[in-house]
Design a protein around this ligand. Structure first.
Ligand SMILES: C[S@@+](CC[C@H](N)C(=O)[O-])C[C@H]1O[C@@H](n2cnc3c(N)ncnc32)[C@H](O)[C@@H]1O
Length: 296
């Protein structure tokens, strides 16, 4: 491919996302709406007769608009050189990301939990605790509290804006759920917790490497004997362009482009054992599980 091809394809892709933003929001000037819809119809994703985007089973037009705008805002932040691609997103885009990540709680209960010795029982006990590192808008933390009725979840984050949105998330759920979820402004590298967690979620693509490495040692101390940690990380080794794109995105978010073997090695160094990288559906992060040695 030539540089001119990348420019041409990139221009197509960027303007197509802009059209999705305009049509998904549905509140632009009529001439703009019409021409954006014309582009999407030519791409085959807009039904002119219905006046609607095609094939939206799992998301609303507003959510599509937020996702499309999110990509444009993040890449624009990189192009401007302001180096804050993650926090450059709108509140709606952060919420959309949260909603997507929240699906992980049910997937975890169905697909992963049955193969994690003793954890299902631990999560059913009164006093069961989970730590959600990088809790963002808190959607994943709330989803875990919904799936496991005894579980108390602590969500930590370093961004005040995210924590403000997380408190709004909590205000929208029933009291019974809300009273089991707590948010705290805390860097995982500085975590101290004496009560202990049965389960920890750590999304490496959003945590800077020094905080991730220091955090892993703190998390080993904070995980109850027999408790588990799940590290979300990149899927590498399938395709050179996808791999490089994934690393580039991760670095612009300020996170760590970690692969399975490195996740395993770092978990062992931090004091975890029984590590295992499990297959996950396309589009989801890879996950490596590890355990604190149970008491004899
Ligand atoms: C992708 S978001 C999490 C999405 C989340 N599951 C939700 O439901 O919205 C990742 C978060 O990690 C946070 N983060 C980055 N570095 C951190 C650190 N050292 N300690 C704690 N949180 C951190 C970021 O501020 C960001 O809000």
């Amino acid at each position: 491919m030539e540089v001119a091809d990348v420019l041409h394809r990139g221009e197509h892709a960027a303007w197509s996302l802009a059209a999705l933003t305009v049509v998904g929001r549905g509140d632009g000037p009529p001439a703009l709406m019409r021409s954006a819809a014309e582009l999407l119809a030519a791409l085959g994703v807009f039904d002119t007769a219905d006046g609607a985007l095609r094939g939206l089973e799992h998301s609303t037009p507003h959510q599509v608009a937020a996702q499309a705008a999110g990509t444009l805002f993040k890449t624009a932040a990189v192009a401007r050189g302001d180096g804050a691609a993650w926090s450059a997103q709108t509140d709606e885009a952060l919420r959309a990301q949260g909603r997507a990540s929240a699906q992980g709680a049910r997937a975890f209960a169905q697909l992963a939990l049955p193969s994690m010795p003793d954890l299902a029982r631990a999560l059913e006990r009164p006093g069961a605790r989970m730590l959600d590192v990088g809790t963002g808008v808190g959607a994943l933390a709330v989803a875990y509290a919904e799936v496991f009725p005894q579980l108390r979840v602590l969500g930590i984050d370093v961004l005040d804006r995210s924590l403000g949105l997380a408190r709004q998330t909590l205000a929208e759920v029933p009291d019974e759920i809300a009273q089991r979820v707590t948010f705290r402004r805390l860097d995982v590298a500085e975590l101290v917790d004496t009560e202990g967690f049965d389960l920890v979620w750590l999304p490496a693509p959003f945590i800077p490497e020094p905080a991730l490495r220091a955090g892993l040692r703190r998390l080993a101390d904070a995980t109850r004997p027999g408790g588990w940690i799940m590290v979300g990380h990149g899927k590498y080794g399938q395709d050179a362009v996808e791999d490089a794109l994934n690393r580039f995105q991760t670095v612009t978010y300020g996170g760590t482009p970690l692969d399975g073997p490195t996740a395993t090695a770092w978990l062992h160094d931090a004091g975890f054992d029984s590590t295992r990288t499990v297959p996950t559906p396309p589009g989801s992060p890879a996950i490596t599980f590890a355990r604190r040695t149970p008491r004899a």
